[in-house]
Design a protein around this ligand. Structure first.
Ligand code: ADP
Ligand code: MG
Length: 543
C-alpha cells in the first residue's frame, strides 16, 4: 500500500483557517453541502451512463446513504456516484479550482456574520466539513473500470494524505467525519434526521438514513403549478440556492411549442453583487428530462439575467450535448429567448399586481434591467417600460414609469423629456428645466451612474423619442412672454463674436432660443455631442 502526503494549496489553507476558526454559526450546513455533493456525483454518473457503456458496477443503484455512530462520534455520507481518481482528489479536495475563494473571503469580511450562508454560494462546500471535524476521511472509487480504491484523509490543517487501498471499494464516495467533542450532536440520530428532512427533500435520488428511507424524489419544475404548494417552492429555492431565505418571487411555466420546456426561476431577495462580491454567475441549471446536463450552463440566459436561480428542463435537447455545443446551439438560443420574454412578462405582471414586491425587486435589481436595455436590443423597449424614476410630476421618493408619463403628455408634446444628474435636488435646480416647466411638460429625473447611456440606448418608448433636455436640438413651441424679451438679432451676433473670441475651441454659436424663462442664457450641447457623463466614460476608457 502506498501513502502519499500532499500540502493544501495556500488558498485552501487560508480558507480552512476561516472555516475552522471564524465561522461559529450555522455549522450544521456541512450536512447540506455533503449531501448536495453526493447528489451532484450521482447526477454526473447518471449522465455518463447515457453515453458511456464502460462503467464500473453498472447495476449498482444510484443512492445516498447517511449514517451516524454515537459511540465513535462519526457521521458518514456515502453515494454510489461518479467517484474520484487520485488526480480528481488532488484537484477537487486540495485546491480551489474556482476563483470564487478570494471573492468569498472579501464578501465574508464585508458581511461580518452569517458567513456560512456564503459557503455554498462560492462552491467551497466540501471544506465546510472541517467546521465540525477533527478529521475527515474520503473513501472513493471512480466509475472508470480500472480505477484505484483510495482513502483521502486530513485534519484540515496543513495537508492531506492519499492512500491506495488493497481491498476494492464499491463505486462512489464515502465521507467519514470524525467529530470534535463540541460537535458530537451531529452523531445523534434525531439531530441529523431533522437536518436531512429540512435540506434534502429535493435531492433527486433516494436518501437512506440509518437504514430508513428519508426523502421523496421530486422534480417540482416538471409538475403542474396547481400541484405544487407555495412552501414547496420556497424549500426548493432554499435547496438549490443553499440559503435559508425565501425567494422574493418565482416564475414557473411550461411550454410545448415551439420547444418543450419547463422552467422554474427564482428572484432572490438580495442582489449578491451589492456587497462587493463582484460579478456572479447565473445559478440556473439545465436539465433534459430531469437529467442534469449542466449546473451552470454558459449562455443559457442573457448576462443581464445572471441574478436568477432555478432550473430549465427541455426534452428537445440532445442528452449528450457538451458544454461547448451548448454555447453554440440554436436550440439553446431559442430557449434563452423564450425564457427571457416570459420573465419580462412576469416582471410586468409583478409591477402591475404586486407593487410592493416590485419595489423591493427594483431596489435590488434595477441596474440589471438597465444593463438589459443597453445590451438586449430586441427587449430594450419592454425593459425600458419596467424602469421607474422620479420626475417633475412626482413627489420626492415617489416614482413613475414611461407608460404613466405618456398618459400625462401635453397636447403638442412630441417627446419624452429626461434629465440625468447626481440627485433629484440637483436636477430640480437645473436651468434646463425652466422652459419645460413653463410649458407644463414633465421631465423625468434619472440619477444613477450610467443612466445617460441607458436612455440613449432606449431612444424611444411607444414611438415617442426619449430626449435629454440638455441637448441643443430640442424643439419647443413658443411661449408668449419669452418672445417679448428676446435678444435683437444684431446683439446676438455681437455676443457670438465676443464669445468666439473668448473660447475659440469650445464655443460654436449663439442661438436665439425659446428655452429660457427667467435666466438670461444657458449652455447647451449640440445634438450629436456626447453628454457629460458619456464624455467622462469615454475618457475613463482611454478614448
Ligand atoms: P462544488 O460542489 O461547488 O464544486 P465542493 O467544495 O462542494 O464544491 O466540492 C468540490 C469538488 O469535489 C466537487 O466539484 C467535486 O468534483 C468533488 N466532490 C466532492 N464531493 C464529491 C463526491 N461525493 N463524489 C465525487 N466528487 C465529489
Ligand atoms: Mg458542493
Amino acid at each position: 500500500m502506498n501513502t502519499e502526503t500532499h500540502q493544501f494549496q495556500a488558498e485552501v489553507r487560508q480558507l480552512l483557517d476561516i472555516v475552522i476558526n471564524a465561522l461559529y454559526s450555522d455549522r450544521e450546513i456541512f450536512v447540506r453541502e455533503l449531501v448536495s455533493n453526493a447528489s451532484d456525483a450521482l447526477e454526473k454518473l447518471r449522465l455518463k451512463q447515457l453515453t458511456d457503456s464502460n462503467i464500473y458496477q453498472p447495476d449498482k443503484p444510484l443512492e445516498i446513504t447517511v449514517a451516524t455512530d454515537k459511540e465513535n462520534k462519526t457521521i458518514t455520507i456515502a453515494d454510489t456516484g461518479i467517484g474520484m481518481t487520485e488526480a480528481d482528489l488532488v484537484e477537487n479536495l486540495g485546491t480551489i479550482a474556482h476563483s470564487g475563494t478570494k471573492k468569498f473571503m472579501e464578501a465574508l469580511k464585508q458581511k461580518q456574520e452569517g458567513g456560512a450562508d456564503l459557503i455554498g454560494q462560492f462552491g467551497v462546500g466540501f471544506y465546510s466539513s472541517f467546521m465540525v471535524a477533527d478529521r475527515v476521511e474520503v473513501f472513493t472509487r471512480s466509475y472508470e473500470p480500472e480505477a484505484a480504491s483510495l482513502r483521502w484523509s486530513s485534519d484540515g490543517r496543513e495537508g492531506y494524505s492519499i492512500e491506495t487501498l488493497a481491498e476494492p471499494l464499491d463505486r462512489g464516495t464515502r465521507i467519514v467525519i470524525r467529530l470534535k467533542d463540541e460537535y458530537e450532536e451531529f452523531s445523534q440520530e434525531y439531530r441529523v434526521k431533522e437536518l436531512l428532512r429540512r435540506y434534502s427533500n429535493f435531492v433527486g435520488f433516494p436518501l437512506n438514513f440509518n437504514g430508513e428511507h428519508i426523502n421523496t424524489v421530486q422534480a417540482i419544475w416538471s409538475k403542474s403549478k396547481s400541484d405544487v404548494k407555495p412552501e414547496e417552492y420556497d424549500e426548493f429555492y432554499q435547496f438549490i440556492s443553499h440559503t435559508d431565505e425565501k425567494p422574493l418571487s418565482y416564475m414557473h411555466f411550461s411550454a410545448d411549442a415551439p420547444i418543450a420546456l419547463n422552467a422554474l426561476l427564482f428572484i432572490p431577495r438580495r442582489n449578491p453583487e451589492m456587497f462587493g462580491f463582484g460579478r456572479v454567475d447565473a445559478n440556473v441549471a439545465l436539465y433534459c428530462k430531469r437529467v442534469l446536463i449542466d449546473a451552470k450552463p454558459e449562455g443559457l440566459l442573457p448576462e443581464w439575467l445572471r441574478f436568477l436561480n432555478g432550473v430549465v428542463d427541455s426534452e428537445d435537447l440532445p442528452l449528450n450535448i457538451s458544454r461547448e455545443m451548448l454555447q453554440d446551439n440554436s436550440l439553446v438560443r431559442k430557449i434563452s429567448d423564450i425564457i427571457t420574454r416570459r420573465f419580462i412578462k412576469h416582471l410586468e405582471k409583478l409591477a402591475k399586481d404586486d407593487k410592493e414586491t416590485y419595489r423591493e425587486f427594483y431596489a435590488q435589481f434595477s441596474r440589471y434591467l438597465k444593463e438589459g436595455v443597453v445590451t438586449s436590443w430586441p427587449n430594450k423597449e419592454s425593459l425600458g417600460k419596467l424602469l421607474r424614476f422620479e420626475s417633475t410630476s412626482t413627489e420626492p421618493g415617489e416614482t413613475t414609469s414611461f407608460e404613466e408619463y405618456l398618459t400625462r403628455m401635453k397636447e403638442g408634446q412630441t417627446a419624452i423629456y429626461a434629465l440625468t444628474g447626481p440627485s433629484r435636488s440637483h436636477l430640480e435646480n437645473s436651468p434646463y428645466l425652466e422652459a419645460f416647466k413653463a410649458r407644463g411638460y414633465e421631465v423625468a429625473f434619472f440619477t444613477d451612474h450610467g443612466d445617460e447611456f441607458v436612455l440613449d440606448s432606449l431612444s424611444s418608448v411607444d414611438g415617442k423619442p426619449v430626449t435629454m433636455i440638455d441637448r441643443a436640438d430640442v424643439e419647443l413651441p413658443a411661449l408668449e412672454e419669452e418672445q417679448k424679451d428676446a435678444l435683437p438679432q444684431e446683439e446676438a451676433a455681437a455676443l457670438e463674436e465676443w464669445l468666439k473670441g473668448l473660447y475659440p475651441d469650445k464655443f460654436s454659436k449663439v442661438t436665439l432660443g425659446k428655452r429660457l424663462v427667467s435666466g438670461a442664457a444657458v449652455a447647451l450641447q449640440s445634438g450629436n455631442d456626447m453628454g457629460p457623463e458619456m464624455r467622462a466614460y469615454m475618457k475613463a476608457m482611454g478614448q
